[in-house]
Design a protein around this ligand. Structure first.
Ligand SMILES: Cc1cc2nc3c(=O)[nH]c(=O)nc-3n(C[C@H](O)[C@H](O)[C@H](O)COP(=O)(O)OP(=O)(O)OC[C@H]3O[C@@H](n4cnc5c(N)ncnc54)[C@H](O)[C@@H]3O)c2cc1C
Length: 375
């Protein structure tokens, strides 16, 4: 059996590796020519994403590119600790994650082709912007938040929109507490920071009804955190390398249709999350999809089973992602309430409520029950 995977970001290479593990021939087509490299921002993989990578033999290689940060600590701009949780996180540059996954996909026997952009698909054929085509038993859309395959599957699919939050970040020489991933909810913006082997990685998340044309200068950015206690302003001032400004996008209602006629979407193409758990879910999706193709009698049954297994979890995560965004775009009164309430909620949530997020297991070795015809 042969698969064409569109997109060489996170979900695409993982899908390629997982599909190779179940005996498929795979070619990944990525729109951009340049390799991922040390560009973009950073991502954190949680227990769930790491466990899914472990199932297909990729955890060690990915973990080796990042820094393990066993603690998550939340602070308010007034200096109080809002919460703390133990988490098996690995933080790394998104570019390094993509680079490592593409290498692992090639090692697994997949072909990765760059510089080819999907423009259309149907009847088992993918068509690219250069006029070329590729035929396959399955076309997998791992083509991200503005997925082309999503609209091929469903021309009425909603589009992701700016979610009221923009972000910019960098590498900073300013040191922070080792071993802890920090989130500081300031009065005017949120600062996320991670001490890694290559310096402190930081990202400021700034609420704005309309994003600025360009990121403000270093001093203006530092000034956003001037009234806050903690390392935020110093992190900005200590920046040695900048990461590009990104507009957070979301599609709160989700994507109604994930598959049709041997075409399927996964990762951000299926459930645009913004930041948070998006990369983790992309990894999980890809592994579960391959498992369903391994266990089900036909591609159609496998795609139905994949959606049946994944939809409840991604719907729940979309709600959490929305609530996280709301906490970051809170006005002064809501922010005060957040700072008072969060220690209570976080304690409960971290101890009991988040198990569904972190403890999720793709159960790679268990055979999935057959999909019912009605799903
Ligand atoms: C600032 C920021 C911080 C984040 N932090 C985290 C985090 O800490 N933890 C976490 O889990 N998630 C995080 N995320 C989310 C995470 O990055 C995404 O959810 C994840 O990258 C989704 O993976 P994907 O493979 O579905 O899409 P992508 O990684 O976007 O990959 C899609 C790929 O498809 C290619 N492509 C697009 N269109 C075409 C086409 N027509 N033809 C061929 N190729 C195409 C693109 O070039 C790209 O390489 C963050 C996101 C942002 C913006």
């Amino acid at each position: 059996m042969e698969a064409v995977v569109i997109g060489g970001g996170v979900a695409g290479p993982v899908a390629a590796i997982a599909l190779r593990r179940v005996g498929w021939d795979v070619t990944v087509y990525e729109a951009y020519t340049d390799p991922a490299g040390d560009v973009g921002s950073f991502v954190s993989l949680g227990d769930n994403g790491l466990r899914a990578l472990e199932a297909i033999g990729c955890r060690a290689a990915v973990a080796a590119r990042g820094t393990a940060l066993p603690l998550l600590r939340l602070y308010s701009g007034r200096g109080s600790r809002l919460g703390e949780a133990a988490r098996g996180r690995v933080t790394l540059m998104r570019g390094h994650l993509v680079e490592t996954l593409r290498d692992l996909a090639r090692e697994a026997g997949a072909t990765v082709v760059t510089g080819r952009r999907l423009v259309d698909a149907g009847g088992g054929t993918a068509t690219f912007a250069d006029g070329g085509t590729a035929g396959a038993d399955l076309i997998v859309g791992a083509d991200g938040i503005h997925s082309r395959l999503r609209t091929v599957i469903d021309p009425d699919a909603p589009v992701a929109r700016y979610a009221g939050l923009w972000t910019v970040g960098g590498h900073s020489a300013h040191p922070v507490e080792p071993g802890a991933f920090g989130i500081l909810f300031g009065a005017r913006a949120t600062m996320v920071y991670a001490p890694t082997a290559e310096g402190t990685l930081w990202a400021a998340q700034v609420p704005a009804a309309r994003p600025p044309e360009a990121a403000p200068g270093q001093e203006a950015l530092a000034a956003l955190f001037a009234g806050d206690r903690g390392p935020a302003a110093d992190l900005v001032r200590g920046t040695t390398r900048w990461h590009p400004r990104t507009l957070m996008q979301a599609m709160p209602g989700g994507v109604p249709r994930w598959h049709r006629d041997g075409m399927v979407v996964l990762g951000d193409a299926a459930h645009p999350m913004g930041a948070g758990q998006g990369a983790n879910l992309a990894v999980e999706d890809a592994v579960v999809l391959a498992k369903c193709l391994r266990d089900e009698p036909s591609v159609g049954a496998a795609l139905r089973r994949y959606e049946q297994l994944r939809r409840p979890r991604t719907d729940q995560m979309l709600k959490v992602a929305g609530a996280n965004r709301d906490a970051k775009v809170a006005g002064p009164v809501a922010a005060r309430l957040r700072d008072v309430m969060m220690p209570f909620f976080f304690k409960r949530f971290a101890q009991r409520g988040s198990a569904w997020m972190d403890d999720y297991d793709v159960a790679w070795n268990a055979v999935s029950a057959p999909a019912s015809a009605s799903t």
